[in-house]
Design a protein around this ligand. Structure first.
Ligand SMILES: [Zn+2]
Length: 120
């Protein structure tokens, strides 16, 4: 499990752990949709196992977003007098927008790792 988390955070292929899944790494704030290798440059493992394979990664992305929003809320809430201050929402929105590309990459990596033993 710890090994998988390490592999996900290092953007490594789940099969050989040498090739990279995303071309520019996880932390990269360039514009445009992140570029992903179709298959591992090292062992040729196909990352998108079937059409629409990454549809499920959307739910992982949603869960990550909710977790980040909650964490942001609990980090920021002590700085406000009211427990439910409306000024917290723009802060949460900025954090979520900043992390959206990172979330997308991590959710796809989690999805690839979850189905790494699945053969079509
Ligand atoms: Zn590989």
């Amino acid at each position: 499990m710890l090994n998988e988390i390490k592999g996900i955070l290092k953007n490594e292929c789940p099969n050989c752990r040498k090739g990279k899944v995303f071309q520019n790494g996880i932390i990269n704030f360039g514009l445009g949709f992140p570029k992903m290798h179709e298959q591992c440059p090292n062992c040729q493992t196909k990352f998108e196992k079937e059409p629409g394979f990454f549809f499920g990664a959307m739910f992982v992305n949603y869960a990550l977003g909710c977790a980040e929003a909650l964490i942001t809320y609990f980090l920021v809430a002590p700085f406000f007098e009211k427990t439910f201050d409306l000024r917290i929402f723009p802060i949460i929105a900025v954090v979520m927008l900043t992390l959206s590309i990172v979330n997308l990459k991590i959710s796809r990596l989690i999805w690839i790792y979850a189905f790494r033993n699945y053969k079509k």
